[in-house]
Design a protein around this ligand. Structure first.
Ligand SMILES: [Zn+2]
Length: 327
């Protein structure tokens, strides 16, 4: 098989049996994929894993270009060099299940990857791309893709166009000596930048790396904070809002909390403005929003008579607080 990128040009030769030109779409696009890798930041200086990600980038551009061309004589797929039959053994690489290819590529990342031949070591990245594009069980005649041990139950695909945008945006953050761990961080940064606050897309990218056993990295971004959901918030009401008690007596009022947006949260209740000698006790002292607490005010014989404004404050676990009027 003879097709390569020499750092300046794509060179295309013939199949091993010398019967066909290696000019099928994914082969040509694979070689141009190497030029993209070379001319994005960091170039292709690196370790074995860098070269493996270079090969994966070639296969990814092969799949992207086949899908873009959507040609009836070379229908879009995620197998590499299936038309030319370059070496007389069918497709060279199967992105959704690398281990099913003639080279028996690994499906999952492991510490052996840095010692693996670079086209084979592209397997986990190829499958990452397939999972982001199509997911584990896309249906519609598209192949399923297995999940490595310890990975998620399933991954929901985002479509190949979105997967391509994410991979290209990640390549723009490439550095020399790029490794799988760096690609994980860069793609999560990419999805965060391209789709701010989009938890579904973020979760897919993360799950796809988990599905190919590339471990979480300290440098990777966290899940978008609000995930498209409103921030948790609550309201507080005190009923009755006004109570009367003789000196030395007690009076009770009910504090009603409500979740007004987001998830319920725990709220701690406090009272301020309680006059001398009097006490305010909440039972219970903290509630999950939606629940109530009974406020008992006890006065002493020497509590000064009159009208006192007592403020009830609820402090939520999300840090915000509510003060209804009360006395
Ligand atoms: Zn290549």
């Amino acid at each position: 098989m003879n097709a390569y990128w020499n750092g300046h040009t794509v060179n295309i030769g013939r199949t091993k049996d010398n019967q066909r030109q290696l000019t099928e779409i994914d082969v040509v696009a694979h070689e141009f994929g190497h030029s993209v890798f070379q001319f994005t930041p960091g170039g292709f200086d690196g370790y074995t894993e860098t070269y493996a990600l270079n090969e994966a980038t070639g296969d990814i551009f092969g799949a992207l270009t086949e899908h873009y061309a959507n040609h009836p004589s070379d229908p879009p797929d995620y197998v590499y060099a299936e038309e030319a039959d370059a070496l007389g053994r069918g497709p060279e690489r199967i992105m959704y299940d690398p281990s099913a290819g003639p080279r028996d590529e690994p499906n999952c990342w492991s510490t052996k990857i840095p010692d693996t031949e670079v086209h084979d070591a592209a397997g986990p990245a190829n499958r990452f791309f397939y999972l982001v594009a199509e997911g584990t069980n896309p249906g519609g005649g598209k192949p399923s893709s297995p999940v490595c041990a310890g990975g998620p139950d399933s991954v929901t695909g985002l479509g190949i166009r979105t997967a391509g945008r994410i991979w290209m945006t990640a390549l723009m953050q490439k550095t020399s000596f790029w490794e799988y761990a760096d690609a994980r961080v860069a793609t999560l940064n990419a999805v965060t930048q391209l789709y701010p606050g989009d938890c579904a897309r973020f979760d897919t990218v993360k799950a796809a790396w988990d599905a190919v056993s590339v471990p979480a990295q300290a440098a990777e971004p966290g899940r978008p904070g609000d995930c498209g959901q409103p921030a948790p918030s609550f309201s507080l009401d005190v009923t009755p809002a006004s109570v009367e008690t003789p000196p030395g007596g007690t009076a009770a009022s009910t504090v009603v909390t409500r979740t007004t947006s987001g998830d319920p949260q725990d709220v701690t209740l406090t009272a301020s403005g309680v006059p001398d000698g009097a006490r305010a006790v909440f039972d219970p002292p903290s509630v999950e929003t939606g629940a109530s607490s009974v406020l008992t005010l006890s006065t002493a014989e020497d509590t000064p008579p009159g009208t006192h404004r007592i403020t009830v404050t609820g402090t939520g676990t999300d840090g915000n607080s509510r003060d209804p009027p009360s006395r």
